[in-house]
Ligand binder design. Structure first.
Ligand SMILES: Cc1ncc(C[n+]2csc(CCOP(=O)(O)OP(=O)(O)O)c2C)c(N)n1
Ligand SMILES: CC(=O)[C@@H](O)[C@H](O)COP(=O)(O)O
Ligand SMILES: [Mg+2]
Length: 629
């Protein structure tokens, strides 16, 4: 079948088992081929081919609500809902989104990107259905990794209490991005090995019914037997005790098992949890054999060999972060590294190779990691939480309530700050300056390159005056020379990159090269522009701002972060509070909207974060008398 002709999954209703097998094969070849050029979440999607086909065969999307947790495993769903022809544009600027996207299709009933939201969304939809007297099925699909996210437990607690009709499909492939971790994961492991509880429970019920009721005595004994047997058997009882009918574990690649269990689930009142066991990367050996998570979301690769097509270049910022921590940890026994299920992305898995006892992967639990870091700090340890900017949003109250308010010595290594590219809206690291800067006691430093990053990490670990965030971008450094020994840098003293007397640009990180380019354009036009590496957002370099105000020259601030509440706002606030009235300030940064997928450079063009725009802004502010032709 030409997958690109599919417009709606309804055709599956009449599909035989043989046709399903053939279609599954075609979809796998399609994914392996398309993603070899574009990159994308190959492993997760190869693992849900049969599950997605059976869901769309048995249920009527979009009337029945199929909700995908994280949403990175929706490629098969997108193929079946008329989007196969867009896969050449996957995760690219104005191309196909790599996650569920409501404005892409009516079949995408819920958007995600961040993990563990599907059960709460499902509860919302099912509750609305019941209040409105509607009739449809609600089917959240949640992975074993996402189940380690606290929100999932909050939702289960409520769903089990309300006994709301829905079928939760737990897609258990033993992997988060890296191998899954935690007690929940261990429990699922026992379930996978000891087989299903469902049959035994029915056998017991059958037995209890067979026993003549001697005044009810025997049946109560049998009831007690059933109860103790339940606890003796497997921890499927965890789900049962949470109020779910637990089904499984079943083979998530077996159409017959999927069909019979989903059919049973449709007929079952109240919440059902169907535990399906799948193989991440199924059908493509390099991805099936992936032990580290490299095939969770690879870039382009060679199909035959499974070799990734990597561009050589300077070290990744994440690698500099991890290597610097390892260097410090050799001397400083206080240092402990934490990650929330991102050991590979943060490269803390490299740190763990040297210091396995001082690196903790807490699962998808950023709230827990943030507060655990606070606890570590109260006992004199020096915790460093390596976390993506976007995922630290999950730990906001813990930042406020637990770490900053108590002024605890915690370092936040904030990776993927700024625009991240293909993962788009749900992953942009653009709110962190705004969500950190207003927290009393928090300090925020932002290195301009990989060399300044290593020194800032060292500075943050050495700092014993409360929490400090070191914010750095996704991807590779600039290829600058790395100093041999680590320094402790002054915080709140901005280095001047190039002198100038007519105007000043305050910029940091990825905006600094653009600022330098704008300055050289204007210098050629006789306008002398100073460029300052504003490498700390909190504290500001107040001395330097006072001096600029006294010179009364215009200021342009530049940041790859939202303008509202960002660095430029901080400068405006300071100048106003110090009565430096009349100083001209223009701010360049991200507008008040969500930035979709696409390379940062494409967005720089669209959003005007360019040297030409910066030069134009300055030119408009420099008083005519200074302008020479
Ligand atoms: C709050 C949050 N933290 C971290 C991530 C990064 N992340 C993306 S997918 C993933 C693993 C999800 O594992 P699982 O739910 O088992 O899905 P699978 O990829 O195995 O199908 C993680 C940790 C995220 N999306 N959201
Ligand atoms: C789905 C998800 O959240 C992760 O897989 C994410 O795509 C990782 O992003 P990086 O590629 O920046 O590590
Ligand atoms: Mg998984």
């Amino acid at each position: 079948m030409d997958l690109e002709t599919i417009q709606h999954p309804g055709f599956l209703k009449s599909y035989s088992r043989k046709q399903l097998d053939e279609l599954a094969e075609e979809i796998r070849s399609f994914l392996i081929s398309k993603l070899s050029a574009t990159g994308g979440h190959l492993g997760p999607n190869l693992g849900v081919v049969e599950l997605t086909l059976m869901l769309h065969k048995l249920y009527d999307s979009p009337k029945d609500k199929i909700i995908w947790d994280v949403g990175h495993q929706t490629y098969v769903h997108k193929i079946l809902t008329g989007r196969a022809d867009r896969f050449d544009t996957l995760k690219q600027y104005q191309g196909l989104c790599g996650y569920a996207k409501r404005d892409e299709s009516e079949h995408d009933v819920w958007e995600a990107g961040h993990s563990s939201t599907s059960l709460s969304a499902a509860m919302g939809m099912a509750t609305a259905r019941d209040l409105q007297g509607e009739d449809f099925n609600v089917l959240p699909v949640i992975g074993d990794g996402a189940l380690t996210g606290g929100m999932a437990l909050e939702a289960m607690n409520h769903i089990g209490h309300e006994q709301t009709d829905m079928t939760v499909i737990l897609n258990d492939n033993e992997m988060s991005i890296a191998p899954n971790v935690g007690a929940m994961h261990n429990m699922l492991g026992r379930l996978r090995t000891t087989g299903g509880y469902r049959r035994t429970k029915e056998d017991i019920e059958y037995l209890v019914k067979k026993i003549p009721a001697f005044g009810g005595a025997l049946s109560s004994t049998a009831e007690r037997l059933k109860g103790s047997l339940k606890y003796l058997l497997v921890s499927g009882v965890f789900f049962e005790e949470m109020g779910f009918t637990y089904l499984g574990p079943i083979d998530g690649h077996n159409f017959d098992e999927l069909h019979s269990n989903l059919t049973y689930a449709i007929r079952t009142k109240g919440p059902v949890l169907l535990h399906v066991v799948t193989k991440k990367g199924k059908g493509y050996k390099p991805a099936e054999d992936d032990a580290s998570g490299a095939w969770h979301g690879p870039g382009p690769y060679k199909i035959e060999s499974g070799d990734m097509i990597k561009k050589a270049g300077p070290p990744a910022y994440s690698a500099v972060f991890s290597n610097t921590l390892a260097k410090i940890a050799e001397q400083d026994q206080r240092l402990v590294a934490l990650t929330a299920a991102m050991p590979g992305g943060t490269k803390l898995d490299q740190f763990a190779k040297t210091f396995p006892e001082r690196m903790y992967d807490v699962g998808i639990a950023e709230q827990h990691a943030t507060t655990m870091a606070g606890g570590l700090s109260t006992q004199g340890m020096k915790p460093v939480f390596g976390v993506y900017s976007t995922f630290l949003q999950r730990g906001y109250d813990q930042l406020v309530h637990d770490v900053c308010r108590q002024n605890l010595n915690v370092v936040f290594g904030i990776d993927r700050s700024g625009l991240v590219g293909g993962d788009g809206e749900t992953h942009q690291g653009v709110f962190d300056i705004a969500y950190l800067r207003h927290l009393p006691n928090m300090k925020i430093v932002i290195p301009k390159d990989e060399n300044e990053l290593q020194h800032m990490i060292n500075t943050a670990v050495a700092n014993d005056d409360g929490p400090m965030a070191v914010r750095f971008p996704r991807g590779n450094g600039l290829g600058v020379e790395m100093d041999e020994s680590l320094k402790v840098l002054p915080v709140g003293e901005w280095p001047v990159e190039q002198q100038g007397k007519d105007a000043v640009i305050l910029a940091f990180s990825t905006m600094l090269p653009i600022a330098n380019e704008a300055a050289s354009q204007l210098n050629k036009r006789g306008i002398s522009v100073r460029v300052v590496n504003a490498n700390s957002v909190k504290p500001l370099d107040e001395k330097q701002l006072d001096h600029i105000a006294q010179e009364n020259i215009p200021i342009l601030t530049m940041e790859e972060a939202v303008l509202k509440g960002g660095f430029g706002s901080a400068v405006l606030e300071y100048l106003n509070d110090q009565n430096h009235i009349g100083v001209q300030v223009k701010r360049m940064g991200l507008p008040d909207r969500y930035i979709e997928h696409g390379s940062p450079s494409s967005w720089y063009e669209e959003l005007g974060l360019t040297a030409d725009e910066a030069a134009r802004s300055i030119y408009e502010m420099v008083p005519r008398k200074r302008q020479r032709a």
